[in-house]
Design a protein around this ligand. Sequence first.
Ligand code: AKG
Length: 247
Amino acid sequence: MNISSLDYKKKFDNEGYFVFKNFLSKHFVSKLIDEINNASGTVKYFDNSNNLRRIEKLYDKGTNLIDLNEKISILLKKIFKKEFLIFKDKFNSKPPGGEGFFAHYDGIFEFINSKDEKKKGWYEYGDFFISALIAIDKCDKENGALELAKSHNGDFAQLYKNTKKDGTPALSDEVESKTKFKVIDLEVGDMIIFSNTCPHRSKKNDSDQIRRIIYYTYTPSENGSKYDEYFKDKETSKNKSKALSER
Ligand SMILES: O=C(O)CCC(=O)C(=O)O
């Protein structure tokens, strides 16, 4: 069945997300893995056992990574009828036994900047964020696939009330318990497009294989690129230790 841009847009308007099957070929994904493994000038995060958990600032570190950003931007333009620019980028690696991610929105947290000012998470840079999550490995219940819920309505202040207000975007236990999450199984090369206002979480990797994803986030281009500003603020934020990788 051929799904049209209009169908994807309808799904996004109704649920806040949609799944795009076979976005990338296995061959393209294997070229991305090579580039990610060899990229320099990125920012890396490791867990307590010294396993690589995350790489940031990688979208422009290889021809295929650059091509991936192009491919996603073209698709977003086709579906949303507007231009988008990359806002932030990451590669998440969940090794066997690796921890999951607590339930959260993306970008709904407060942070203290280098001038000691309180800031409103991602909403300092815009108010509409779309992420593209691409499976580098098959993702399923056993290895900690993304669990996604329908998007919640509200501006920063309204959504902030649903969080733990602890410098991370974690949902309060009460809101999490009322939210219906769905495990999104993905094959290599499949992609989920979702709004930052969709609650999401993922479980520990209980398989004996690594589970890797690429996660690029986009903002409408009309306000210009916020990529450098975002990463500079993240680097100089005074409460970064609390929410190192979730933001
Ligand atoms: O990698 C995952 O399982 C979830 C990642 C996530 O939710 C995040 O990085 O914000």
